[in-house]
Design a protein around this ligand. Structure first.
Ligand SMILES: NC(=O)c1ccc[n+]([C@@H]2O[C@H](COP(=O)([O-])OP(=O)(O)OC[C@H]3O[C@@H](n4cnc5c(N)ncnc54)[C@H](O)[C@@H]3O)[C@@H](O)[C@H]2O)c1
Length: 357
């Protein structure tokens, strides 16, 4: 979507003026489809900060919700209060975007969706990493057919600073890396393999410096045709593995760093002639020896344009009844159900079955 002209901007407000709330206000201030009426935050320090930044700060949530100029709100508070605030806002007649994770579990999600339906208002989640170029290139690699039948996609984010020392380290706030980065990477994986049904989920959570919440995890989403979507988030990695790696029967694609373009290797001919073995200290191998270079073809998927402002463009168009919201209820359900299956698998120490609904 390109810049939208001649559309009346929609009034909105941000609830929670912390790191991401600040990002939303800046983003709305430069939006071509929305304008900022103000913010609300329970912390007086944040209220003062907003005022210093020239932004109206409502004294209470009720005062904000009573403002008719506000057509939608974006909730950027810690995770455990998303559902409660969303329900209040919907009942006050606002359309609602929550930051991710949308809410903490399926039960909360169904409650909020029911209220949204009852009130005839839109409800969605800010899956902004659908605009990440690495993800978009990997989806293109999958759809290109250059890899033959794809049987595995690995998506990793490795940092080295542990879980942030704020509410993200606390279970009562919905902390931990599954709810933090996991939500993005699961949503992306389910979009790459949009054509497949999930069969099973297995997950192992890490607790390297935090015993209460996962400070990393390794998650496999196993699809009906045995394709595996492997997702890894680590916060104690001083060497990072590639951001994305996809393998198929006729090729592979790799993105080492999320600022890179995508390298694709396709197999031109299966027949190689005589394979030269690799000799190691303990013996030799032909099976694992590199392929003859002339049987392979290297190409690249170049980085494309991506404008995250399309998220609000879509949402405001959906409010006007001119588009369908981009992040749909069923997609939100599926991501949360994978998260629940991941927690269950980690607790039981085994792979768990997944039933699509
Ligand atoms: N989509 C993304 O890329 C992305 C990135 C970072 C954070 N997030 C999400 O944004 C949300 C906020 O994260 P953050 O990093 O900005 O946290 P933060 O701690 O920086 O900010 C949270 C703010 O919410 C306020 N708050 C807490 N309870 C409140 C309540 N009941 N009513 C009003 N305000 C309240 C706090 O005072 C604080 O100012 C989380 O859900 C997080 O997962 C999303």
């Amino acid at each position: 979507m390109s810049e939208v002209k001649n559309v009346q901007k929609t009034g909105c407000a941000v609830i929670g003026y912390g790191g991401m709330g600040g990002w939303h206000t800046r983003y709305i201030l430069e939006s071509d489809v929305a304008y900022l009426c103000g913010i609300y935050d329970i912390n007086p320090v944040k209220v003062e900060l907003a005022k210093t930044n020239g932004i109206r700060a409502y004294a209470t949530l009720e005062e904000l919700l009573a403002d008719d100029e506000i057509k939608f709100v974006t909730i950027a508070t810690p995770n455990e209060v998303h559902a409660e605030i969303a329900i209040k806002a919907l009942r006050a007649g606002k359309h609602v975007i929550t930051e991710k994770p949308v809410v903490l579990n399926s039960k909360e999600l169904e409650e909020v969706i029911a209220v949204a339906n009852e009130c005839g208002r839109l409800f969605t989640v800010h899956q902004n990493r659908r605009w990440d170029i690495d993800f978009r290139m990997m989806r293109e690699a999958y759809l290109s057919g250059k890899l033959g039948k794809v049987f595995s996609c690995e998506s990793r984010i490795h940092g080295s600073r542990g879980v942030p020392g704020d509410w993200r380290g606390k279970p009562e706030h919905g902390g931990g890396m599954i709810y933090d980065w996991g939500v993005h990477l699961i949503d992306q994986m389910l979009l790459i393999f949009e054509d497949k049904k999930i069969k099973q989920v297995r997950c192992l959570c890490e607790h390297i410096t935090n015993k209460e919440v996962d400070d990393g995890f390794k998650l496999d989403i196993i699809f009906e045709d045995d394709t595996v979507g492997h997702i890894e988030v680590g916060t104690h990695h001083f060497i990072s593995l590639p951001r994305f790696y996809m393998t198929g029967t006729a090729g592979a694609a790799i993105i080492n760093d999320w600022r890179d373009r995508t390298r694709v290797i396709s197999c031109k001919t299966v027949e190689e002639g005589e394979v030269k073995p690799v000799v190691t200290a303990a013996g030799m191998t032909k099976t694992m020896a590199p392929r003859a270079e002339d049987t392979l073809e290297e190409s690249y998927i170049e980085r494309m344009d991506s404008d995250v402002h399309d998220y609000y463009r879509n949402f405001t168009a959906a409010i006007r009844g001119e588009a369908e919201q981009i992040v749909k209820h069923n997609q939100m359900r599926r991501v949360l159900r994978v998260i629940e299956a991941a927690f269950e698998s980690d607790k039981l120490g085994k792979t768990v079955d997944f039933e699509e609904v």
